[in-house]
Design a protein around this ligand. Structure first.
Ligand SMILES: Nc1nc2c(c(=O)[nH]1)N[C@H]1C(S)=C(S)[C@@H](COP(=O)(O)OP(=O)(O)OC[C@H]3O[C@@H](n4cnc5c(=O)[nH]c(N)nc54)[C@H](O)[C@@H]3O)O[C@H]1N2
Ligand SMILES: Nc1nc2c(c(=O)[nH]1)N[C@H]1C(S)=C(S)[C@@H](COP(=O)(O)OP(=O)(O)OC[C@H]3O[C@@H](n4cnc5c(=O)[nH]c(N)nc54)[C@H](O)[C@@H]3O)O[C@H]1N2
Ligand code: SF4
Ligand SMILES: [Mo]
Length: 695
């Protein structure tokens, strides 16, 4: 028996981007472990990925190409050859492209975060055709846009500093579930005496383990941040020297913050005045003592109408108090901006035919856009959809509409997948894709500063093909002779980073593959002495760019579309706010079909507060219907004060077909967009809950 250990990377959409060691015995992957030598992985994986081989060798893995024989959505397919599949797709896309290539749309997100199996070869193909662009907004664009206006780029505190922090605010983030290796370091800080405060409407697994939990209403974080500024400025808990040297617009900000008295803040956020005061004083005095004071803000604050302004307001705090001076202080959102990716070399936008100026479709509103007719503003009706690295029928908002769109008889849909997901059920052609163990890739990450390499550990299972192979073959079938379609995965990976950028000077693909990882060249405290990447080089409390973009140049509170205070009319019918953040044992909708992990989650649940449950005669264990003007789903109720009053929490994202009623939380969510970045508003939802009588 031959046993080898292959170096890999966890491909999932998780900030930790762990370094893997894959044990291969006679061509079979038998174990996936965390690399003990990689500083942030430290030999530890989450439960999901520790079971990666279970997923790879799952008996329901798609292993052959198939074509649909039943109705769309029914999930009935027969096996075909790759040749037939590619011929069919090339014929269809060729005919559509001859009329208008923009009727073709890719739909993809972060099933794998690898750069090669992500967009590199795929974009070359879509650019060459002149297909519509997809704006990939479903997760992070509200915050990324806001953070960029304020700080200049997605850069922040290094994960490897977190254990030195003395006060950590975990704001709209649930790291025990979604950022395990941050949590490990926060625990280390805690053991060394640090205080940890969670700011979350829900007492999440993380909030439960913090010293303090502050539970504002969803979507009110900007108000809270402005209230903190008010107290910080009034009580002189700010760093005048840092403000003078490294920030822009303090006077205007102070004027704005003046409006946000603790009383107004508390009323807006559904908090007590003393909670606001105490939080401001804890934060301000910690910074003034020169203690490393860190804000871990994350996606939880970005998923409502004012998600951008929430991030922007919070991102002003460490500049106001000089928290950036300490290496373990400051703020962490996404760190992805540090990687000098060479997108042009990988994705080749120069291939777009000169006479075509592709329109952009926002992936968040795919429901409406699939149902839209051709029009002057919209352009051609979407006629073909190529889905890879995503499961839109389960994960996109307002999903009754999404499913209706996918069910269109005149839509040609190709899905490349590991499994027959909710989306795959609607495919005309369903193709088997390789998993991370079966292909090569290079990775950036948004939670630490290492470039990472994934080596293929085993041969592709069955007839599965990597995304790159699929697009290479399809390009050939369509007669594209450009040399870039001959590039191997190694050749693409080797061009992933611009090595003229000081941060990636050590990048060399061959040595990265051998070692597995390489840290970027980053300073310990990126903004200790200013150096912000904004137009002014300062932290911009006032942003001229925002004004030019038609936005309020100062931080402000933007109320949710749907809340009791902002939409009382709607709240009469649907009085409860619903959020549907990630369940611990799933990765978005990935892993839901791995039985051991699904069994740990049990079945779809909703948590609601005892007061709200009492009003509706609901008890733990009752089946309930959660509904609003968009749709309805069933779940098992859990009555618990983990949910604050007025809040319903349905941990997600279930495969619809593995839920009792064939629905999930996204039948309730809306396609409305955030205040900036065109992001999704998954946590900006009003619902009502009623008990279902047992049948
Ligand atoms: N196990 C697991 N890990 C994951 C994922 C997964 O599905 N499962 N998904 C991955 C992906 S793609 C992402 S984007 C990240 C997301 O992970 P996080 O960044 O942690 O974001 P969420 O889990 O969406 O929300 C974090 C917390 O914010 C709270 N929250 C909701 N609304 C608000 C609000 O308005 N204000 C505040 N202050 N808090 C709010 C939620 O209750 C939740 O506990 O996790 C990644 N990691
Ligand atoms: N209600 C609600 N909805 C949400 C969220 C929420 O918190 N609540 N979170 C949102 C967020 S933050 C995100 S990021 C999105 C995530 O949405 P998606 O990015 O669509 O994530 P997944 O549901 O994990 O689906 C990824 C799919 O890609 C497939 N895949 C993985 N690797 C490969 C590969 O190499 N090749 C191919 N062809 N396929 C592959 C997997 O099998 C999986 O089915 O969901 C969003 N939807
Ligand atoms: S999902 Fe996150 S924590 Fe789990 S192995 Fe992957 S990168 Fe690590
Ligand atoms: Mo995400």
């Amino acid at each position: 028996m031959t046993t080898t250990i292959v170096r890999g990377v966890c491909p999932h959409d998780c900030p930790d981007t762990c370094a893997l060691l894959v044990t291969v015995q006679d061509g079979v992957a038998t174990e996936v472990r965390g690399d003990p030598d990689h500083p942030t992985t430290a030999g530890v994986l989450c439960t999901k990925v520790a079971r990666y081989t279970e997923r790879t060798y799952h008996r329901e893995r798609l292993l052959y190409p198939r074509k649909r024989v039943g109705k769309k959505g029914e999930g009935k397919f027969v096996r075909i050859s790759w040749d037939e599949a590619l011929d069919t797709i090339a014929d269809k896309l060729g005919a559509i492209a001859a009329r208008n290539p923009q009727a073709i749309l890719p739909y993809s997100y972060a099933g794998t975060c690898g750069l090669v199996q992500g967009e590199a070869m795929a974009q070359r193909f879509f650019h060459r055709i002149g297909a519509s662009f997809l704006d990939r907004t479903i997760c992070a664009t509200a915050g990324a846009t806001a953070y960029k206006y304020t700080v200049g780029a997605s850069i922040g505190t290094d994960l490897e500093q977190v254990q030195h922090a003395r006060l950590i605010l975990i704001w709209g983030s649930n790291p025990i579930v979604s950022n395990l290796h941050f949590w490990a370091r926060a625990q280390e800080a805690k053991r060394a005496g640090a205080k940890i405060i969670a700011i979350d409407p829900y007492r999440s697994l993380t909030a439960e383990k913090c010293h303090q939990h502050i539970a504002p209403l969803p979507g009110t974080d900007a108000a809270l941040a402005l209230g903190l500024m008010h107290v910080l400025i009034r009580e002189e808990l700010i760093d005048r020297d840092y403000i003078a040297k490294y920030t822009l617009g303090f006077e205007a900000l102070a004027e704005r913050a003046l409006l946000w008295t603790p009383e107004r803040t508390a009323a807006t956020c559904g908090l007590r005045v003393d909670e606001v005061l105490q939080l401001a004083r804890d934060y301000g005095t910690s910074c003034q003592r020169g203690d490393a004071t860190l804000i871990r803000l994350n996606y939880g604050v970005q998923r409502t109408h004012g998600g951008g302004m929430a991030v922007r307001s919070i991102a002003c705090l460490p500049a106001l108090t000089g928290a950036w001076r300490q290496a373990a202080g400051g703020a962490m959102l996404s760190l992805s901006g540090a990687f000098p990716k060479d997108n042009d070399a990988m994705e080749r936008p120069d291939l777009i035919p000169a006479h075509i100026h592709p329109r952009t479709i926002n992936m968040t509103s795919i429901g409406d856009d699939l149902l839209r007719e051709a029009g002057l503003e919209f352009g051609p009706k979407i006629e073909a959809l190529i889905v890879y690295n995503s499961n839109p029928v389960a994960i996109a908002p307002d999903s009754d509409k999404v499913a209706l769109g996918f069910a269109r008889e005149d839509l040609f849909t190709v899905v490349l997948e590991h499994f027959q997901t909710d989306t795959a059920d609607y495919a005309d052609i369903l193709l088997p894709a390789t998993t991370q163990l079966e292909h090569t890739d290079v990775h950036t990450t948004y939670g630490h500063y290492y470039m990472m390499a994934n080596n293929a550990a085993i041969a592709p299972l069955g007839e599965s093909k990597s995304n790159t192979d699929f697009f290479r073959l399809l390009a050939k079938k369509m007669g594209f002779t450009d040399h870039c379609f001959d590039d191997t995965d190694d050749q693409i990976a080797a061009r992933a980073f611009r090595t003229d950028d000081v941060k990636a000077v050590h990048f060399d693909w061959e040595s990265l593959k051998k070692k597995g990882w390489q840290k970027l060249n980053m300073p310990d405290a990126p903004f200790a002495e200013g150096g912000f990447l904004t137009p002014s080089g300062k932290c911009e409390f006032y942003s001229e760019q925002m004004r030019k973009d038609g936005l309020d140049p100062l931080p402000d509170y933007v109320a949710p579309y749907e809340s009791v205070a902002s939409n009382p009319q709607l709240a009469k019918k649907f009085p409860l706010a619903m959020i549907s953040p990630p369940a611990r044992n799933f990765m978005n909708s990935t892993f839901v079909n791995v039985k051991s992990l699904r069994d740990t989650e049990g079945e779809p649940h909703v948590d609601l507060h005892p007061d709200d449950a009492r009003d509706r005669a609901i008890q733990t264990g009752d089946m309930v219907r959660v509904f609003n003007h968009r749709g309805s789903m069933q779940a098992r109720a859990r009555v618990t004060d983990k949910a604050r009053v007025g809040l319903v929490v349905g941990l997600s994202i279930w495969w619809k077909k593995l839920a009792g009623d064939g629905q999930n939380a996204n039948v309730l969510t809306s396609q409305k967009l955030t205040d900036m970045g065109g992001g999704a508003t998954f946590y900006d939802v009003l619902v009502e809950v009623e008990k279902l009588e047992p049948v």
